[in-house]
Design a protein around this ligand. Structure first.
Ligand SMILES: *Cc1c(COP(=O)(O)O)cnc(C)c1O
Length: 455
């Protein structure tokens, strides 16, 4: 059962688009918005927790730290915290968001390959778990743990690169031979160095790996986890007892962008892990996970108005308000990050007219600003809407400020389950759209005269 029925989610999505148009959440003045299915997010979080709980007692106690970079939005972090999740952060900004969401320090994990001394000191002082990325960072931690009073059982760890190889997208493969992340486990002498590093540091109690992400098969990811589990046992054996207390197995579960099916599921991954890494879930080690994309992607969409429909060289082109500014990866690496596009009419109803090949273009002033090329879709006309599906992770926030286009507003939606036919939908603001005044201020308005005054 690697597949979950998402028919309900598709029905909720259609209801949300209809009501977003009707209630003016999207419209002429707000031609592009992000929409998030609150129920879908809750179900994904529960699905993850339950999948690990089913796998064994260690899974039931796991800390699932949501990778904040996938959706750095305070209300989203709060929603997930309400479902029992923590946060994985990799910058002072992400840490500030997690704290603003009310996530307790003990439920936050700090990763990042470039932590400054000040960031490390702050994390220790706050009692936030840290995974050092390199030998060099570990040397910094040596000095800090001696100087900064931290909670005695704070999980401090080291990121290991199990060097299992990459998936189909180079830029999203973290466990290649020469990856920039972690201590390369299979480099000459690395294993011995690692075992010694733990033996010499009673405070170093966690091992971290993150093998992913999009484009990586589950077996490859599980092999990475198997290698760090094996390393943890080796460290324990060398120390003659329990040295490692926490295994942080990262995130990286890929997402299906081709249909509404959720596949692979967290459950499927937990089962692959249980088979590949006997003992992983037996409770000997505390488990931490860091899923991002798999928790949010399927529950988000970017909804945009079609401003014009034109044609060139025999090709129909829908010029919409969703382009590279909201879908930067899709526009610049379309083969790695293709997105489904759903067509809705001017009133927000699904378009059912016969499919014709067309380009779906964005508003940016460069020719390649296309979110879909030669795509078969019901013929789009001016005033219609397009929804870029599965964009709940890494799209709302990875804004590309080309043409000074504003970051769109993001709204959560809940469909009244008693009244799905009546399509009663409530919206809540996750993030207001960036205003023109904010754009002007960010672009140096307060310093308007400074350059001219410089002689
Ligand atoms: C990005 C990242 C994650 C989350 O990856 P997903 O593919 O979104 O699950 C987890 N851990 C670390 C260290 C990361 O850099």
């Amino acid at each position: 059962m690697g597949v979950e029925d998402r028919g309900d989610a598709a029905r909720r999505r259609d209801a949300a688009v209809l009501q977003a148009v009707r209630q003016g959440v999207v419209g002429a003045g707000r031609p592009v918005v992000g929409l998030l299915d609150v129920r879908g997010v809750r179900e994904a979080a529960r699905g993850l927790r339950e999948a690990f709980a089913r796998a064994g007692p260690g899974g039931a106690r796991a800390l699932h730290a949501f990778a904040v970079k996938a959706a750095p939005l305070v209300p989203v972090l709060r929603l997930l915290a309400g479902e029992g999740l923590g946060c994985e952060v990799a910058s002072p900004g992400e840490l500030a968001l997690a704290r603003a969401a009310g996530v307790a320090p003990g439920r936050i994990v700090l990763d990042s390959p470039a932590k400054t001394t000040a960031e490390l000191r702050e994390a220790l002082a706050l009692g936030i778990a840290v995974n050092a990325d390199s030998r060099e960072e570990l040397a910094r931690l040596d000095a800090l743990v001696a100087a900064v009073p931290a909670p005695p059982d704070l999980p401090l760890g080291l990121r290991v690169n199990p060097q299992v190889g990459g998936g189909s997208i180079g830029a999203f493969s973290t466990a290649t031979e020469t990856s920039k992340f972690g201590v390369a486990l299979r480099d000459p002498g690395a294993r011995d160095w690692l075992v010694r590093a733990y033996a010499e540091r009673p405070w170093l109690t966690a091992v971290h790996a993150h093998v992913g992400s999009q484009g990586c098969p589950l077996e490859l990811m599980a092999e990475g986890v198997r290698r760090v589990h094996e390393l943890a046992r080796e460290i324990d054996a060398a120390a003659g007892g329990r040295r490692v207390r926490t295994l942080d197995i990262g995130g990286g579960l890929p997402v299906n962008f081709a249909s509404d099916e959720v596949t692979p599921t967290h459950d499927a991954y937990a089962r692959v892990l249980a088979a590949a890494v006997p003992g992983l879930f037996d409770g000997a080690y505390g488990l931490v996970t860091e899923f991002g994309r798999s928790l949010l992607a399927k529950s988000g969409m970017i909804l945009a108005r079609v401003e014009y429909a034109k044609s060139a060289g025999g090709r129909r082109i829908a010029v919409t308000h969703a382009g590279a500014q909201v879908a930067v990866r899709t526009v610049f690496t379309p083969h790695a990050w293709p997105l489904r596009v759903a067509a809705y009419d001017a009133r927000g109803r699904p378009k059912t007219s016969p499919a014709v090949a067309q380009d779906v273009a964005g508003p940016c002033c460069f020719a390649g600003d296309l979110v879909a090329v030669d795509r078969l879709l019901p013929r789009l006309d001016a005033g219609d809407h397009v929804a870029l599906l599965d964009t709940g992770a890494y799209y709302f926030s990875n804004h590309f400020a080309y043409n000074t286009l504003p970051r769109p507003g993001v709204y959560g939606y809940a469909v009244d389950e008693q009244d799905v036919e009546g399509q009663a939908v409530r919206f809540a603001t996750v993030r207001p759209p960036q205003s023109l005044a904010e754009l002007v201020a960010e672009s140096g308005a307060a310093h308007a005269a400074d350059l001219s005054a410089l002689r």
